[in-house]
Design a protein around this ligand. Structure first.
Ligand code: PLP
Length: 435
C-alpha cells in the first residue's frame, strides 16, 4: 500500500513509513493512494464470514503485499481476539458493542492492531521503540493494554492527576512489564505539551527511538473498518438490510473508518455523526461552513474535540463531491442534559446501560429514524463499557452496571506511577534516568 499526504499528493510513502511517521512532515494525514473496492463475491456473501475472516480479507485488500498473508493473519488473530456483537434492543434498533477488548473501549481495535504492526516492522536488532502517549482516559488504557508484553516496545503514559476515572487509572497504572505511567500534576493539555516537547528534543531523539500512538496513525484506522463489515454481516444474517450506522464522534477516526469501509463497498444506506456540544461537524453538514472551535467540557469527555483531527481524511475522501458526503452523513449534536436523559431513556426502555458517548449515538439514531426512515435497520456504536464512567450515572442506573471480571482483577493489583510536575525538565530527567 502506498500512501500520500493530504497536504501533498505527490509525497508518497510505504505503509511501514506511514506507521512509524504517524504524520507527514507537512502536517497533513496519510491516505491510501488506492482505496480498493472489495469483490462482489465477498460483499454479497458477507453474512457467511466471521470477524477474523472479514478482518483478514479487508486488510489484505488494503495492504497488498506489505505483509505476507500468513504473517498478516497471525497479527489479526492475535490483535482482534474478542467479539464485537450486535444486540437487538427493539425492532430495527441494534447496539454494536465495541467494548469487549481489554480496555473496555473501541480503541482496543486500533491500539492492538497498531502495536503488533509496529512490532512486526521492527527488524531484528533495531532499537527499542519508545511510545509516548498523553491521555485524558481511554486512549492511554487502550495503548497500555495494546502494547503490554509486545516485544521490543516500551510505553510511557502521561495522565492528569485526579482527572481520569478510577477504572481508567487502574488500566494505566497496574501493568508493569514494558508499560510505565506518569501521574502529572496538571491538565491533559499539560500532558500533551510534555509529549510534544519530547518529540522535538534533540537529546531525547538521539537517545531513544520515539513514536506517538495517537489516533491519526493509519494503523489505528484500518482495523476499525473490520467491525463495520462484521456488524453488517450479523445484521444480514438476521435477515436485516437497509443498514444505518450512528457513530459517537470526537476526533472522527471511528466514523472516518466507517466511510473508508463504505468506499470499499460496505452495504449501508447512511451514516449519522453524533456529537456532544462540540458540534463543529454537524454545523458543517448543515451550513457547509467548517469552523473549528475551542473544545468545551461535557459528560462525554472522550468526544470533547473542537477541531477533529481526522476530519481532513473524510474531507479528502469526498473532495470531489461534498454533496455526496452531505447526502451520506447527517450530523446531530446534544448537550449534557439531553445526554443524561438519553442514558435514562435507554435504561428505562431496554434495561440496558449505555455510557454517555453511546447514549448520544442512540439518541441521534432515534431522531434520524423518526425524521427520515423508520424502515431502516439502525445500528448505534457503543464505544465504551459504562463502568468506565461511574460518576455520571444516577444511582439507580449506576447500581445496575455489571463490572466485568477483568476490572475486579485490576483492583487487586498495586498502583505504580511516577509523580511529576508539568515542567519539561523534570520529565526529560525522568526519561534519561529511567532507561
Ligand atoms: C475516543 C472515543 C470516542 C470518539 O471517537 P473518535 O474516533 O475520536 O471520533 C467516543 N467514545 C469513546 C468512549 C471514546 O473513547
Amino acid at each position: 500500500m502506498q500512501l500520500y499526504s493530504t497536504n501533498n499528493p505527490s509525497a508518497q510513502v510505504t505503509f511501514k513509513e506511514a506507521v512509524f511517521n504517524s504524520m507527514p512532515q507537512d502536517k497533513g494525514l496519510y491516505m491510501p493512494v488506492n482505496i480498493p473496492r472489495l469483490d462482489d463475491k465477498f460483499i454479497n456473501n458477507l453474512d457467511s464470514y466471521t470477524l477474523p475472516e472479514i478482518a483478514f480479507h479487508v486488510a489484505k485488500n488494503l495492504l497488498g503485499d506489505d505483509i505476507p498473508a500468513d504473517d498478516l493473519k497471525a497479527i489479526i488473530d492475535d490483535a482482534i481476539n474478542f467479539y464485537a456483537p450486535i444486540v437487538e434492543l427493539e425492532k430495527n434498533v441494534y447496539v454494536l458493542e465495541l467494548f469487549h477488548g481489554p480496555s473496555l473501549a473501541f480503541k482496543d481495535f486500533g491500539a492492538r492492531f497498531m502495536s503488533r504492526i509496529m512490532s512486526y516492522f521492527l527488524a531484528d536488532g533495531e532499537k527499542q521503540l519508545d511510545v509516548l502517549v498523553a491521555t485524558s482516559g481511554d486512549t492511554g488504557g487502550a495503548v497500555a493494554l495494546g502494547f503490554l508484553g509486545v516485544p521490543n516496545t516500551r510505553v510511557t503514559i502521561l495522565y492528569p492527576k485526579g482527572k481520569v476515572s478510577d477504572i481508567q487509572e487502574l488500566q494505566l497504572t497496574t501493568n508493569g512489564q514494558n508499560i510505565r505511567a506518569i501521574e502529572v500534576d496538571g491538565t491533559f493539555d499539560d500532558c500533551q505539551t510534555l509529549v510534544k516537547q519530547a518529540f522535538t528534543d534533540a537529546e531525547l531523539n538521539k537517545k531513544f527511538r520515539l513514536t506517538s500512538a495517537n489516533s491519526i496513525n493509519i494503523a489505528r484506522l484500518i482495523p476499525q473498518t473490520f467491525y463495520y463489515f462484521n456488524a453488517c454481516a450479523q445484521a444480514l444474517k438476521n435477515g436485516k438490510n437497509k443498514i444505518v450506522f450512528s457513530v459517537p464522534s470526537g476526533n472522527f477516526g471511528n466514523i472516518g473508518a466507517g466511510l473508508l469501509a463504505w468506499k470499499m463497498g460496505l452495504p449501508v444506506e447512511h451514516f449519522i455523526a453524533a456529537t456532544n456540544a462540540n458540534n463543529t461537524v454537524p454545523e458543517f453538514l448543515k451550513t457547509g461552513i467548517y469552523q473549528p472551535k475551542p473544545s468545551v467540557s461535557t459528560l462525554s469527555n472522550a468526544m470533547d474535540v473542537g477541531n477533529p483531527s481526522n476530519w481532513v481524511r473524510i474531507a479528502d475522501m469526498f473532495k470531489n463531491d461534498t454533496e455526496q458526503l452531505k447526502s451520506l452523513v447527517t450530523g446531530y449534536s446534544y448537550n449534557d442534559e439531553q445526554t443524561l436523559k438519553a442514558m435514562e431513556w435507554v435504561y428505562d426502555a431496554y434495561k440496558y446501560v449505555v455510557c454517555p458517548h453511546t447514549a448520544i449515538a442512540w439518541q441521534a439514531l432515534k431522531d434520524w429514524q423518526q425524521d427520515n426512515r423508520t424502515d431502516t435497520t439502525g445500528i448505534f456504536l457503543s464505544t465504551a463499557h459504562p463502568c468506565k464512567f461511574p460518576d455520571v450515572f444516577p444511582d439507580k442506573i449506576a447500581n445496575k452496571i455489571v463490572v466485568p471480571e477483568q476490572v475486579s482483577e485490576l483492583q487487586k493489583k498495586p498502583k505504580q506511577a511516577a509523580k511529576l510536575g508539568r515542567d519539561f525538565e523534570g520529565f526529560k530527567a525522568y526519561l534519561l534516568s529511567n532507561n
